[in-house]
Design a protein around this ligand. Structure first.
Ligand code: SF4
Length: 351
């Protein structure tokens, strides 16, 4: 797609003028450096700005630079990220810090190709670091920019990602203005040209936009898929049985064991809560339980005072908080029995 020089210049001029006036005051914009851009960009992947600000501030206090992050244990890193979700980002950030401290004297490279080789740093994050932190003439396309381009140029659905990157590259101004230009595009997508509403009357590029005035394709949020989970809360005095998570999104976390009908006795419901994760709405029921048979199983009894230090999935931490005011041992409820007097297995787990 050929973009006329006059159009590019006018678009660039409007973006810069708008950004100077409307840029949100965000902590990572106050004194950007390569590390702060890396942290903020990884936190912002799939996550709203409002949710990230408090995490970012706490993170920078605890791990102010790559060297501090490299020295931390994985449990400390995951504990600081707890609740932000998509924990692979935290593990990748930690690995990146260790790699850079070991091989690059704790410095982030400025070239896109080198940045893209770091764990968890894709083309978008590399473009953000190169342009926002190093002032390089580097393009970037995230979900917000993709949407603005689609509407601005009335691109058909299914437009190739490569084509969007070509547009981003073609629109870049001089290196001096690249950071503001890229930030303005993302900010317009976040605050003006949003997925489900497009505030065209307040858009700085409205009279250059081919979708303005009703031809905007608004994305609909799909309804979440419901699923159900059951977990076991097994306590002894002030200690709770927790198990390490070895795989999946909670790798490196400690968690309540999932109910195991063969080995645990269900003593009754402790609490229930619901939470959203990606496209799922999960309904979690936590049952008081005790071991029915001794066996070797990976896990440990964790004293209550140690819980704040361990990374736990947020729903499990909430369940522990809610039941903390309960008696130290689970209520002595009668075991659930069927008509023949046999102990009843746990409720079925439906997905
Ligand atoms: S004019 Fe409307 S559709 Fe076009 S970029 Fe601006 S907000 Fe989006």
């Amino acid at each position: 797609m050929r973009i006329e020089r006059k159009f590019r210049q006018e678009l660039g001029r409007r973006l810069l003028a708008w950004y100077l006036e409307h840029a949100a005051d965000l902590p990572w914009r106050r004194s950007p450096n390569p590390y702060s851009v890396l942290v903020s960009e990884l936190m912002l992947q799939q996550t709203r700005v409002a949710a990230v600000v408090a995490y970012y501030n706490r993170w920078m206090e605890r791990f102010p630079d790559l060297s501090a992050l490299a020295k931390a244990s994985e449990a400390e890193v995951l504990r600081s990220w707890e609740g932000l979700g998509y924990y692979a980002r935290a593990r990748n950030l930690h690995r990146t810090a260790r790699l850079l401290v070991a091989d690059q004297r704790g410095r982030l490279p400025s070239r896109m190709e080198e940045l893209e080789r770091l764990p968890g740093v894709g083309r978008y994050t590399a473009g953000a670091i190169a342009s926002l932190a190093f002032g390089k003439r580097a393009p970037l396309v995230d979900g917000n920019v993709r949407r603005v381009f689609h509407r601005l140029f009335a691109l058909p659905e299914g437009t190739r990602a490569d084509h969007l990157w070509e547009i981003a590259e073609a629109l870049l101004p001089s290196p001096r203005h690249c950071a503001a230009h890229n930030s303005a595009l993302m900010e317009i997508g976040r605050t003006v040209c949003m997925p489900r509403t497009a505030d065209c009357p307040h858009c700085p590029v409205s009279d250059l936009c081919r979708s303005r005035g009703g031809r905007v394709f608004l994305t609909r949020k799909p309804s979440p898929t419901r699923c159900e989970e059951s977990a076991a809360l097994i306590v002894q005095g002030d200690r709770t049985w927790l198990e390490p998570s070895q795989k999946g999104r909670y790798r490196g976390f400690w968690r309540l064991p999932m109910l195991d009908a063969l080995r645990m006795t269900n003593l009754g419901e402790a609490c229930r809560l619901s939470y959203s994760i990606t496209r799922y709405r999960v309904h979690l029921v936590v049952f008081w339980a005790e071991w029915r048979e001794k066996e070797s199983r990976e896990g440990r009894w964790v004293p209550r005072e140690e819980l704040p230090e361990l990374p736990l999935p947020i729903p499990h931490r909430r369940a522990l908080d809610r039941t903390a005011s309960s008696p130290a041992s689970p209520p002595a409820l009668p075991m659930l029995r069927d008509g023949k007097g046999e102990a009843v297995a746990f409720p079925p787990i439906r997905k």
